[in-house]
Design a binder for this molecule. Sequence first.
Ligand SMILES: Cc1ncc(COP(=O)(O)O)c(C=O)c1O
Length: 397
Amino acid sequence: MLSFESDYTTGAHPRILERLMETNLEPVTGYGTDRFCESAREKIRKACGCDKAQVEFIVGGTQTNMVVISTMLRDFEGVVAAQTGHVAAHEAGAIEHAGSKVLTIPQTEGKIDAGVLSGFIEDFYADDNHEHMVFPGMVYISHPTEYGTLYTKAELMKLSAVCRRYEIPLFLDGARLGYGLMSRDTDVTLPDIAKYCDVFYIGGTKVGALCGEAVVFTHNNEPPHFVNAIKKRGALLAKGRLLGVQFDTLFTDDLYFEISRHAIDMTEKLKEILQQKGLPFFLNSPTNQQFVVVENRKMKQLAEKVRFGFWEKKDDHHTVIRFAASWSTTEEDLAQLKSILDEIYPDAVPEAAPEVTPAQNTPAPGIWPGTSGQKVPAESTAGNGNQSDALEKWVRG
Ligand SMILES: Cc1ncc(COP(=O)(O)O)c(C=O)c1O
């Protein structure tokens, strides 16, 4: 079945598979000490413009978040994150399971604001009882966020300033970093991220690798015995070469950036198709994840022909769904999607292009950003308020 469900539904970029084959029978040392990991580390340092960066490889995103957060926080601290942040909402309590609380704060389109963050920390220290509370010990942001949105350089700088004022690290989850860096609507580069964050990771799993995330500590701040800590958490891959070869390939000849740019080019076409079919955008995402609001009965029809992600219930008759393009999306995939939508929406009136919504602008309830303030229409026919049974097997990631 046609799939726009996520960016990890296909395997790996062919150049990675070729390189794995070429190097397959060469015996190397284990646990990330091999020459492929070393070479990948060097290339990542160069791409980040950060000679002294310490780089380690971990298999998946949740594992990386758990390892980084639990090794950087002290016993009395928790991690501050947006209410919608992956660590808060979609990691099944992995952070708490590792012993640290996630301290959630309000968000706008998946982002946290430096003013809100600093207010939260000020209020914490102003509370006479704070010795009985969990200290804010680190800040977690995702870029792109879970809604595909991006921080601007100015926003990153402000968040970084708050963290430095309180001497707590800023951690950026870059599970989809490539798509953020190659967005047509960003002023943030990889060296900027290395400059403003204390630790971040470059996502491979969702950007052309079979699996793997590269964690980067930007100023000699890798926790002591970090490899030991990864091992203790069951996250140290014996055949570290699998991650080394993949990241070495992704950071050779700019492959990581090239395939991310391809995904963005495909997304621009995807957006045009969705817009032509009159599907209102839930928000303006400048990256590979696009969120549209669909009537539940149309959603059921769609689900028979194409896989997409269920995001959230909009109202009793509408659902927000996600279409994600990726490094492997093709023109044929888009043509197929278009013909499916042509069938389901034969009389569509094109939707206005999504407006760029300012970072601090929370949409009023019942209004879809990008639709000129259009109210959610009541569905006239027999839409039942329940999600389709099919939704239950849909994933969020
Ligand atoms: C922003 C973000 N961080 C982390 C993860 C977790 O990655 P994994 O599924 O590899 O554990 C996801 C998953 O989609 C994600 O969207």
